[in-house]
Every structure is written in C-alpha cells, then in structure tokens.
Design a protein around this ligand. Structure first.
Ligand code: F1P
Length: 356
C-alpha cells in the first residue's frame, strides 16, 4: 500500500506533546480550588463509580483499578449507556457511593444523561472530569475538574486520555499511605520526553517493514484497560481490526489466531511480569510479531520482542499506566498513515456522539 503523502498536523503533534502537557495539566489540577473538596471526599467516601463512553470508559476502568490499589476502597467503572439502560445492574442504592463522570468534550449525550441520573435522581455526589469549560456535563455535576491544557484538535483521544488519567491517579494517591505517585511523576515526564521521538521512529520503521492482518493488545490488572484503549486507538485511527485480552487469558483459545501477520503488543506489569513474559515468549514461538511495552525489563523480554519499548525509569508501577499508552498511540498513527488514511479524520467518526 503506498504510504500517504498526508501528514496529520494535529494527531502526531498532540501525541508527541504529552510529557509537556502532563506537566501543564498537573499544574492546572493543583490550582483548581475544587480539588481540595475532591480529596476530602476521597478520604471519606467508601465506594467510587467511574463513568464514561468510548475512550473515556476505558479511562474510567483504569482509574477504578488504580483507585482500588491506591486507596483500598471499592471502585468500579461502567459505560454511561449501562447506567441509562440497566441501572439496577449498577447498584446505585448505596449512599456511600461517589461518582466521577469523565468526558473530554463534556457534551457526550450518554455521559451528561448519566451524570443527571446520578446527581439528580439518585442524589449522589458527582464529579465531572473534562477538558472543556462551561460544559453540559459540568452543569449536571456538583464539582467540575477542567484540564483545558489537555484538550486537543484530534478526533480521537490521545493526550486528553493520559492527562485525565494522570489527574485521577494523583487524586487517588492523595489517599495512599504506602504508594506514592508524586515522586514518579517528573521522572516519567522526563523519561518519556527524552525517548518519545525515538519511539516514534522505531514504531514507524516497525510498521513500514511489516504487513499485519490483525492486532492484539495484552495486559493484566490495571494495565488491561490500557490494552482496551490501545485496541480502540488503532481501530479508530487506521480502521484495523483489533482485540484486547487479559494476557493469561489469551492462551485459552484466542491464541489460535497467531501467525506472521498478527501484531501482538504486550503491556508488561511489574506485579505479573514473569507470567506475562512467558506468554510473550510463547506467542513469539507461534510466529507472531511482538511489541513489548515495559519498564526496566529483564533481558529475556528483549529476546522475545521484535520491538522493545522500555521506559527505563525509576517509577512506581501505577505511574506507568499513562506512559505505556504512548507507543500504542504511535502504532495507531503510523499504521493509519501507512494505509494512506488521515488520522485526523478517521472514517465514520465524529469527535462527540450527541444523540437526539
Ligand atoms: C467520548 C468518545 C471518544 C471517541 C470519539 C467519540 O468522547 O466516545 O472516546 O474516541 O471521539 O467520543 P468524550 O465523552 O470523552 O468527549
């Protein structure tokens, strides 16, 4: 397929801007007077519900997992549509429940309607997390956190996703007794800033020299929502078929798809790395093309990876969630360009889904 002559002015620029935007968004978060109220609520509320649509739902899933690991409190995530169509499945009757509704635009109809259901019908304290000022979402919530520095022109979510996730991780870590995020934050920003251009070149070369029929993203624990977002990114930007699985689950049937035209991206956690790395080695043996996204990985990981993206930063495990997404965003972008598509204007998509 001829490479496109089109170079997206927005999407790649915004992907590459993430380390700096993470710093700006963090300053914006810290300067928001509403954040103190959120931290106070985080200390008292027993159970948390994170809500979103599309990428913002996978962001909600990552935030819920990290919230439980940081705070020890129950946290879960649902797509806004489930709240609207099957509210009883979400068990909203707990008065100890605190909700966070996530929406880059603050205009997604399902997200706004879910916020209204939570705050007005169920009288639950509801926080809006968005990149837009004066949104319909903020009108439906008690507290609003805006990260306008993380907003983007691109149709798909890239830096808005990682910046809002980082903000939620910081709020969660304010409750943590043992785990700390602040010590890792600047280390992560510096490590990504110094490597992101090299990653982009390595991913572009990897994509240029191969033909893939399908894409598999594998992760465990709090990294699994990152795998789900990665699969959505390459589907949105390049119209490619992609699936996400829990790494160990992939052996139980789905691995039958693996062959030379299968691209498998592994997000290696620290907690489960040994078991996850065994799956990586097995899929390499089966003939798949493998990308390992990791941090300070053992040499054996490098031997099983056709492309190794090692952050190589002294950082807490949960601080890796946002930076691990960057190589997947770059894979999606370079695949789209190679297929002659325009990542800034993906087929069939609108920036916001507004329903009648
Ligand atoms: C949610 C969303 C995006 C998706 C596309 C359409 O937007 O579903 O996740 O990539 O842009 O909208 P938002 O509620 O976060 O603004």
């Amino acid at each position: 397929m001829p490479a496109s002559s089109h170079r997206s002015p927005h999407t790649l620029t915004e992907i590459l801007s993430q380390p700096q935007v993470w710093r700006e968004a963090q300053r914006e978060l810290e300067s928001n007077p509403a954040v103190r109220a959120v931290i106070t609520a985080a200390a008292s509320q027993k159970e948390w519900l994170f809500v979103g649509c599309g990428s913002s739902f996978y962001l909600a899933e990552a935030a819920a997992a990290a919230w439980m690991l940081f705070t020890g409190r129950r946290a879960r995530a649902v797509p806004a549509s489930e709240l609207l169509l099957f509210p009883h499945l979400t068990q909203l009757d707990s008065q100890e429940l605190h909700a966070v509704v996530i929406s880059r635009s603050g205009r997604t109809s399902e997200a706004v309607r879910a916020a209204e259901l939570l705050s007005k019908k169920h009288n639950l304290p509801t926080i809006a997390l968005t990149c837009a000022h004066d949104s319909d979402l903020s009108k439906a919530c008690n507290i609003t956190i805006v990260l306008s520095s993380a907003d983007e022109e691109s149709m798909v979510m890239t830096r808005s996703f990682t910046s809002m996730l980082t903000a939620l991780l910081h709020l969660a870590s304010s409750q943590a007794t043992s785990l700390s995020l602040s010590a890792s934050f600047e280390t992560i920003c510096s490590a990504v800033s110094s490597q992101i251009h090299s990653w982009s070149q390595q991913v572009q070369s990897f994509v240029a020299s191969r033909e893939f029929a399908d894409y598999i993203f594998l992760a465990q624990g709090p990294f699994y929502p990152i795998a789900r977002e990665a699969a959505l990114k390459i589907t949105e930007m390049s119209g490619s078929y992609a699936q996400a699985y829990h790494t160990m689950e992939f052996r139980h049937g789905p691995k039958s798809i693996v062959g030379p035209q299968t691209c498998l991206m592994f997000f290696l956690s620290e907690s489960g790395r040994d078991a996850e790395s065994e799956v990586l080695a097995e899929m390499k043996q089966l003939g798949g093309e493998t990308i390992a996204v990791c941090n300070r990985a053992a040499e054996s990981v490098g031997r099983s990876a056709d492309l190794l993206v090692d952050l190589n930063a002294h950082a807490a495990e949960l601080a890796l969630l946002a930076p691990f997404l960057v190589p997947a965003q770059l894979l999606a972008y370079h695949t789209s360009v190679k297929k002659g598509l325009n990542p800034d204007a993906p087929k069939n998509l609108t920036r916001v889904v507004v329903l009648d």
